[in-house]
Write a protein that binds this ligand. Structure first.
Ligand SMILES: Cc1cc2nc3c(=O)[nH]c(=O)nc-3n(C[C@H](O)[C@H](O)[C@H](O)COP(=O)(O)OP(=O)(O)OC[C@H]3O[C@@H](n4cnc5c(N)ncnc54)[C@H](O)[C@@H]3O)c2cc1C
Length: 386
């Protein structure tokens, strides 16, 4: 096997997490190689995301990291020139059940303590921003106007282009197949092309992160879970926010949808019971379930035609929280894995976090994120707004 050039950092995976991370590391002056199994950037889960971006979570680390991401995504066009379709349409979690109302209201104090712009609206207030929402049984909901959406593919390509300009190298069709270690630290990464020496390896392999980690004997509790989505024909503008319904229904748990600036409605459903595995062929069972939920929340959409459906995976963890940072057992091996259903919105925030970790200039909030999201936690808590 030939010995190839050495890098400060090798990243496994050029998806929602690996690509922005490459950008921030290269800009910090580090030599970076991204190894990607597929032929181009963002072709696995990144491509399947519907583009929702919010800081309004139930976990403080995710609140911090996604707030950092929003600063980047909302100003990207102004600073770097690429149109990534950012729109601050807001997020609206609707409550049709007392239990959902309580969950959402209980979270507000914590969300507000982080300076998030979020508040409770009674049913009439919700109708004022979403005129066609189902009013029957509506108890109100939260609204956070600074959350929004953007294009995951355009974002990934923008980070890719600017990462390359900053000096990062990307090798496609080149999966990581072996990892060299010695004296308790990362030494090298091997692909079919040869062996590259490195000081750090970042595991950003999404739904395949556990496979990479098995190569160094560090089990990772990350599994792929299938989620399906769809897009309709375009119609006149009706509403701006992402509408999220966290009520469980027959065959599904969460359901969320928004209207893209082009007029198309994009929607996503969490199957219940969960479907585990990396198989990405969409099912005929999905559309009847999803359209029923869509019409239940907005009856006016009844006759809308669906143009396309697809299936992708969330890289899930037992507690619904990601796994970021160092591992005790192996120096230089960094995790950027298990981002569940929020990998697109976490991407820029995580890229900055890991760059600051490697540079040794973490701020107090970042230290706290790494403490809370470390691999050797108990995984017993549960994210309330997965
Ligand atoms: C239907 C649906 C809707 C979603 N909507 C949203 C949303 O609105 N907002 C949001 O934030 N998130 C959303 N998500 C979740 C989001 O897509 C994921 O959390 C995110 O894309 C995961 O990012 P990642 O970088 O970890 O994985 P990926 O983007 O999948 O990147 C991992 C990369 O690693 C590569 N890889 C694997 N093995 C190897 C190897 N051995 N060597 C080298 N490379 C390797 C893969 O080919 C892949 O390109 C959605 C997901 C789905 C399925």
């Amino acid at each position: 096997m030939s010995h190839l050039p050495a890098y400060d950092v090798i990243i496994a995976g050029a998806g929602s997490i690996g690509t922005p991370t490459a950008f921030y590391l290269a800009r910090a002056g580090l030599s970076v190689l991204v190894l990607e199994a597929l032929p181009s950037v963002g072709q696995a889960s990144n491509k399947h995301a519907i583009g929702g971006v919010r800081a309004t979570h139930s976990d403080v680390s995710k609140i911090y990291l996604c707030a950092e991401s929003i600063k980047v995504l909302s100003t990207w066009r102004e600073i770097y020139g690429d149109d990534i379709e950012w729109r601050a349409g807001g997020y609206c979690f609707v409550a049709y059940e007392q239990q959902v109302k309580k969950t959402l209201q209980d979270l507000l104090a914590c969300q507000k303590s982080f300076g998030l712009n979020i508040g409770w609206l009674e049913a009439e207030g919700i109708r004022a921003i979403i005129p066609d929402i189902q009013m029957e049984g509506l108890l109100g909901g939260t609204f956070s106007p600074e959350d929004g959406s953007a294009s995951p593919m355009k974002t990934c390509f923008a980070f890719y282009r600017h990462a390359k300009e900053a000096g990062a190298e990307f090798h496609f069709n080149e999966p990581v197949i072996q990892i060299g270690t010695g004296s308790g630290q990362i030494q090298s990464v091997t692909t079919a092309q040869g062996t590259y020496a490195c000081k750090y390896l970042i595991n950003a392999a999404g739904s395949w992160a556990a496979d990479i980690s098995n190569l160094v004997g560090i089990p990772l509790p990350v599994k792929p879970e299938a989620h399906e989505a769809g897009i309709t024909e375009p119609v006149q503008p009706m509403f701006s926010p992402m509408i999220v319904d966290i009520r469980p229904r027959e065959g599904s748990s969460n359901f969320y949808f928004y209207q893209h600036p082009t007029g198309k409605i994009i929607f996503c459903l969490t199957p219940n019971p969960p479907i585990l595995g990396n198989y990405c062929q969409d099912t005929s069972a999905f559309l009847p379930l999803a359209s029923q939920r869509l019409i239940e929340l907005m009856p006016k959409l009844m006759n809308l035609r669906v143009r396309r459906t697809w299936r992708g995976t969330y890289p899930i963890t037992p507690d619904g929280l990601p796994i970021f940072g160092r591992t005790e057992a192996l120096d230089g091996y960094l995790l950027a894995a298990g981002v569940c259903g929020q990998g697109y919105m976490l991407g820029p925030g995580v890229g900055m976090l890991l760059t600051h970790l490697i540079e040794g200039r973490l701020n107090a909030a970042e230290e706290e994120c790494l403490r809370a999201l470390r691999l050797d936690r108990s995984f017993t808590s549960a994210e309330k707004l997965k």
